[in-house]
Write a protein that binds this ligand. Structure first.
Ligand code: F6P
Length: 354
């Protein structure tokens, strides 16, 4: 029991796309905060919407029991952006509304669990004087300053299992099967799941692809009497692209809702090779369900270290994985630049194409 720690009331929120392991972080933050520092907690519902509207949920040791293996987030999530003009209410800006609600609730500090957008807002709120510690999450694994985010390993395993299953049915029917996985700007899920699942082509957002070349790999694979599996990240696009793929709907952070590249590719492969090609979109199955052991451990360690950072008054920092250590880095470092797949890493996968 820490006796020299000042009692604090700490708010916790989860923002952006959910991912397996969020509940493990919440549990670890609360368990350590209550047991070791005698902190009190307030849960905010649905990402930044919670502090913006003062929408809270009780958070204590009892309420985090049993949630370690549960997917999703007990706090709910949203892509609410309090920095947008429509967050202004009665002439009061989103930032001021959050400050007012935090002081009204007696919340001294926030643990913010999020990706690029949620932590981008956290960085800005820290500059505005709010005490914030960040925890990095995203299945995309594209946050800078940390080697891995939790949620990624689970998503990769789900996609790998799907690829394993698709191999056998593709071979029975002599079809090309295209698997569209998530990955808006970075192809980490496609790269890891494709490598682990023995895909014959992997296409990522970082490297525009030639449909002709993909078709050549597909033909070659059929010649070896095996059926090709093509893994494509939803954010990948062809060199010869002449129209936008996916819908034009934007979220509160201005991102286009992706999806559709796999179907486009299946149609082109079928047209150009004369072989049947079908597409499977894994979509949100990659974000749902129970976290892997790796993600449970990483999320738990992040939670334990995040509340320790709050205790130390290390605000404006984010916990991050460096090698096997959990370290603190400036929040701004996490969101300054996305961590993309380097060319050398992609080249390792290219060895197995065709
Ligand atoms: O950022 C994580 C992510 O899963 C991306 O891979 C994907 O493009 C996006 O979220 C989808 O978000 P939503 O579920 O809000 O459409």
């Amino acid at each position: 029991m820490g006796t020299s720690v000042l009692p604090m009331r700490v708010g916790v929120l989860t923002g952006g796309g959910d991912c397996p392991g969020l509940n493990a972080v919440i549990r670890a933050v609360v368990r350590r905060g209550v047991q070791d520092y005698e902190f009190e907690f307030v849960g905010f519902r649905d990402g930044w919407r919670g502090p913006l509207e003062g929408d809270t949920v009780p958070l204590d040791v009892q309420s985090v029991r049993g949630i370690l293996p549960r997917g999703g987030t007990i706090l709910g999530s949203s892509r609410t952006n309090p920095l947008r003009p429509d967050a202004v209410d009665g002439g009061i800006s989103g930032v001021e509304r959050i400050k007012d609600n935090l002081s009204g609730l007696g919340v001294d500090a926030l643990v913010v669990i999020g990706g690029e957008d949620t932590l981008g807002v956290a960085t800005r709120l820290h500059e505005e004087g709010i005490s914030v510690v960040g925890v990095p999450k995203t299945i995309d694994n594209d946050l800078g300053a940390t080697d891995y985010t939790f949620g990624f390993d689970t998503a990769v395993n789900i996609a790998m299992e799907a690829i394993d299953r698709l191999h056998t049915t593709a071979e029975s029917h002599h079809r090309a099967l295209i698997v569209e996985v998530m990955g808006r700007s970075a192809g980490w899920i496609a790269l890891h799941a494709g490598l682990a699942g023995g895909a014959n082509v992997i296409l990522i957002p970082e490297k525009p692809f030639s449909i002709e070349k993909v078709c050549a790999y597909v033909q070659h694979r059929f010649q070896t009497r095996y059926a090709p599996i093509v893994v494509v990240a939803e954010g990948a696009h062809p060199i010869e692209e002449d129209s936008e793929i996916g819908s034009q709907k934007l979220d509160a952070f201005g991102h286009i809702r992706l999806g559709g590249v796999g179907q486009m590719l299946a149609e082109e492969i079928e047209k150009r090779t004369g072989k049947e090609a079908r597409c499977t979109v894994l979509g949100h199955t990659q974000r749902g369900g129970t976290p892997t052991a790796f993600d449970r451990v990483l999320a738990t360690r992040f939670g334990v270290h995040a509340i320790c950072a709050v205790r130390d008054g290390a605000f404006g920092t984010m916990v991050a994985l460096r090698g096997t250590d959990i370290v603190r880095v400036p929040l701004a470092d996490a969101t300054r630049e996305l961590k993309l797949v380097p060319q050398e890493r992609y080249a390792e996968a290219e060895v197995f194409f065709g």
